[in-house]
Design a protein around this ligand. Structure first.
Ligand code: NAD
Length: 329
């Protein structure tokens, strides 16, 4: 595909995953415009070859102007709040940003050239599912964060005919790791992500890993998740865009590797590196489900995709290497 003619707006492009996707698209010579209010995004993650606009997706009229000024044909919509416990506590705030603001963004597409929207959804929309979950499974959001992400999915679908765009709803499983170049990784600490927490602790002489819940219905009582390296996820976005352009039809895809690891499995990787690592069992977090792993059949078939970074130890090491780097700056 010729990317030179692609003008892509990434909402939340100053964030952890968005900055990876921006870098990949820029390498392919696409024109990338980043729209981010920097609430959990970072200037240092913004690719220097992108055009950065500090604004909020809620400003429909201004966003519409941006879409037209830059002839945007694709929006990769990543802007959201994403702390699972935070969503339970601050429901209105999460509803406004994840649902209402998605609606405002979609409405900004009226009278624009936007023909594709790629949306960052989450496997949490399925709730707790035993075995590998596929895209035909009926969503059953377990917590409020998942509920807001599912509502936004529905909005994007509902307006697709009216505003004449196709959409790719990508349901990410858990995302982890830093880029192989060690130039981009997760900076924000507030999301409560396991790999980030372990990476922070790994820099201490006596790391303490907080484990939320040890009485889940799993092999060792801790939650089981399917962790995907951020570079593989980024590649899926590029392929999804190619799919939308080539086939002119919408898709929903699970983005995971199809293999689950418990929190204890991951924490034990650090314990192997540093035997002083201690585990501290805390209460369950509201909104967490026992287990969720992806059936990857559709992803592999439709996008002809193969994972490149699916080694759990290497994913954790990349997160640790990144943490070391940012702790020095
Ligand atoms: N990280 C994961 O494991 C994971 C898993 C499933 C889904 N997701 C989804 O992926 C997306 C990106 O997540 P991330 O991990 O990169 O988080 P992140 O916090 O690093 O990125 C989100 C970005 O959106 C920006 N933002 C938030 N609200 C905004 C608004 N109203 N206007 C403009 N910018 C706004 C933030 O400043 C930030 O840069 C989110 O939609 C999230 O729900 C992430």
């Amino acid at each position: 595909m010729n990317y030179k003619s692609n003008n892509i707006l990434i909402t939340g492009g100053a964030g952890y995953i968005g900055s990876h996707i921006a870098e990949n698209l820029i390498k392919k010579k696409a024109k990338v415009i980043i729209l981010d209010n920097l609430v959990t995004g970072y200037k240092k993650l913004i690719n220097k070859k992108s055009i950065f606009i500090k604004d909020d997706i809620k400003n429909t009229a201004r966003v519409n102007k941006i879409l037209n000024k830059f002839n945007i044909d694709t929006i990769i919509h990543m802007a959201a709040y994403l702390n699972v416990s935070g969503a339970e506590k601050y429901r209105k705030k999460y509803y406004n940003n994840n649902v209402v603001n998605t609606l405002k963004l979609v409405k900004a597409c009226k009278n624009s050239k936007v023909r594709n929207i790629i949306y960052s959804s989450t496997c949490a929309v399925y709730g707790s599912v035993n075995g590998l979950v596929n895209e035909n499974t009926r969503p059953n959001p377990a917590g409020y964060y998942a509920f807001t992400k599912y509502k936004a999915e529905q909005i994007i679908k509902r307006y697709s005919k009216k505003y004449k765009y196709n959409y790719a709803t990508l349901r990410y499983f858990n995302v982890a790791g830093a880029s192989p170049s060690n130039k981009i990784g997760e900076i924000e600490k507030s999301h409560g992500h396991l790999f980030k927490n372990i990476a922070i602790q790994s820099l201490k002489k006596r790391p303490i890993i907080n484990i939320y819940g040890n009485n889940y219905n799993t092999k060792d009582g801790t939650c089981i998740r399917d962790y995907m390296h951020v570079s593989d996820l980024s590649d899926i976005h590029i392929r999804s865009l190619e799919y939308l352009k080539k086939n002119n039809r919408s898709i929903i895809l699970n983005c995971g590797y199809g293999k689950g690891y418990s929190v204890l499995d991951i924490a034990n990787i650090l314990k192997k590196i540093n035997k002083n690592t201690a585990f501290k069992f805390q209460n369950r977090r509201k909104g967490d489900v026992d287990e969720i792993c992806s059936n990857t059949t559709k992803l592999k078939k439709i996008l002809n995709w193969k994972p490149k970074f699916n080694n759990i130890e290497k994913i954790l090491y990349s997160a640790i290497k990144w943490e070391k780097k940012i702790s020095r700056n």
